[in-house]
Design a binder for this molecule. Sequence first.
Ligand code: TRP
Length: 346
Amino acid sequence: MTDAVQTPSSAGQFTKRVFSGIKPSGGLTLGNYLGAIKRFVDMQSPEFETVYCVVDLHAITVWQDPSELKTATREVAAGYLASGIDPTKSILFNQSQVSQHAELGWIFNCVTRVGWMNRMTQFKDKAGANSENVSLGLYAYPSLMAADILLYHATHVPVGDDQKQHVELTRDIASKFNHDFKADFFPLCEPVIEGPAMRIMNLRDGTKKMSKSGESDMERINMTDDADKIAKKFKKAKTDPEALPETLEGLKGRPEARNLIDIYAALSDQTSEAVIKEYAGAGWGRFKPALADLAVDKLAPISTEMSRYMDDPAEIDRILADGAARARAIAAPILDKTYEIVGLLK
Ligand code: TRP
């Protein structure tokens, strides 16, 4: 049974396996697409085995309306699929269908130290002054995230900058487990982090991250926005009166301008340097329509495809169930071996 489980001593000896996840809480934005999904699609290659998850157990660390949670879970799955995650190349599933995540999460709750959790900056940001009143699950969230990754012996974890600390914690949990049980079992995974340029900012305030929960719909691009909406939002995006400079340094102190250049770069697979060079001296009257056209070109087909999937929830459910079965086939022997190492009687 456990023969299928790899037990070499460093990540280098493992099959290269990618794991990442997106929470189904609210809708998907351009930030999710450029910062996560697009990169997940690019990693689908013969070099890697790719496992992508809709992390519904993470979403419920804050209260979710049950029927909206189901819709949001399908919407994230539709977003993955419409963007090019191919269920024949990748394993795509929702976390709660593979119960081993929760089981390994518990074991890791017993490995992780409270002091480590207290250093998690995202928890401090999210809980804020309300830290006595948030769920215990929100506090333990990074330990479940470690379980997500290590349940597959994943070696590469593409995440945004804000998740780097959680991936480092995952390495600490793997090391402590290996040390405590004198078992060379869990690999030390690598975060795969794109530069800060990948932080997509709010279209009305370039100092704030583009979020799905902001008050005005004009401040974000939703992955479900149609061509007209996408064009309108970019044309109305906040800018400043100046023309574009010749270099990126010239954008210092102009966060909205910088954000639009970065978005153009990410959508066209170029560096921001190349974009500013091309548009040096251009006014917004030239740059904004170009950006709107590019965005419509790249994003409208995805939103059309997403709504096609959303019209066929049974098809999404079938893909997720199939992915869950394939995920379980990897996860179950790894959890069995973990139980054996810990001394849990079967
Ligand atoms: N915590 C991640 C986020 O908020 C989502 C996530 C959960 C995740 N489990 C993961 C990401 C495992 C990468 C790997 O974005």
